[in-house]
Write a protein that binds this ligand. Structure first.
Ligand code: TYD
Length: 209
């Protein structure tokens, strides 16, 4: 399998979709690459059903492990039916959130990893071992990110500030653990600056693989 698998991660309001849209435009219009832009949860029709359960059912209690397994069900189907086939066709896949989200939100902020450190193995089982070639983590203090959200908040966005602070701490820990793969970008910079830094790293990765 080849192609290029790029994921974008970050807390709420960190500007992931703006960065993805700009990278998509550059890769398709200027480089003539075949690119798929997708997201989690909900990048497939099955995923849309799972997304509704995960984010829109505000009044239903959900055990932490059940939440994790729903995100992984979405991802398993997404990888098998969309991401893997695209990579096999040598395409570039730009994905808004992937395994690092589950590790930062469910593993870190919900603290499932404290009860069961095998969470990484479970995540790898879901993806069949697929790991991104490069991941951009858009770092922003959660109070600033949450203040940027104008639309109504979903079930996870409604969590306390301390939850979002733990998400950020866990993303930074992941970035420390995987410095080759995870590029930390300061999301408080202008969208232009963030885009330029990301593009530079992306081009370096393309040359390296
Ligand atoms: P979404 O509406 O897609 O917005 P955004 O990605 O712009 O924040 O929300 C997805 C939510 O789901 C977000 O709060 C992060 C959360 N999430 C997890 O908790 N674990 C996961 O594995 C994934 C993929 C997302």
């Amino acid at each position: 399998m080849r192609g290029l698998f790029v994921t974008v991660e970050g807390g709420e309001g960190s500007g992931k979709s703006t960065l993805i849209d700009r990278l998509y435009a550059h890769l398709t219009l200027e480089k003539g690459a075949s690119v798929i832009k997708t997201f989690e949860p909900g990048g497939t029709p099955f995923g849309q059903l799972v997304r509704e359960l995960l984010l829109e059912k505000h009044d239903v209690q959900m055990a932490g492990k059940a939440e994790l397994l729903l995100f992984l069900a979405d991802r398993a189907h997404h990888v098998e039916t969309l991401i893997k086939p695209a990579l096999e066709k040598d395409m570039v896949v730009l994905c808004d959130r992937f395994t690092d989200s589950s590790l930062a939100y469910q593993g870190g902020a919900r603290q499932i990893a404290k009860i069961d450190p095998k969470i990484e193995e479970v995540c790898l089982f879901a993806t069949g071992g697929l790991i991104p070639d490069i991941t951009f983590y858009l770092d922003i203090p959660p109070e600033e990110g949450l203040a940027r959200i104008k639309r109504g908040k979903d079930r996870l966005e409604k969590e306390h500030l301390s939850f979002h602070q733990r998400v950020r701490e866990n993303y930074l820990l992941l970035a420390k653990k995987h410095p080759q793969r995870i590029v930390v970008l300061d999301a408080r910079k202008t969208t232009d600056e963030v885009y330029r830094e990301a593009l530079e790293k992306l081009e370096a990765t393309c040359h390296a693989i």
